[in-house]
Design a binder for this molecule. Sequence first.
Ligand SMILES: [Zn+2]
Length: 72
Amino acid sequence: MRPTKYVEKRSDLTLLKETFELTGATCHRTRLKCGCEVRQGADNNRDGVLVVKYDTVVLEIIRCKGCAKKRP
Ligand SMILES: [Zn+2]
C-alpha cells in the first residue's frame, strides 16, 4: 500500500501540497476514500492530495479529522 498522511484542516492540505511542489513533485487535488470506519449510510470520500513524482503516486494526503488524531 502506498503511504498515506492524514491532516485535519484544509489549510494543512494546501500547505503540504505547496511544500511537495517545491521539491519538484506534482500534486493533484482530488477526492480520496478514507479507510476508516464511518457511520452507516455515509460515504467516506474526503478532500485529498495525490503527490506524484516520476509518474508514480508517492504519497496520499487525506483530510480526515479522526485519522489525523489517531495517526498524525
Ligand atoms: Zn479517516
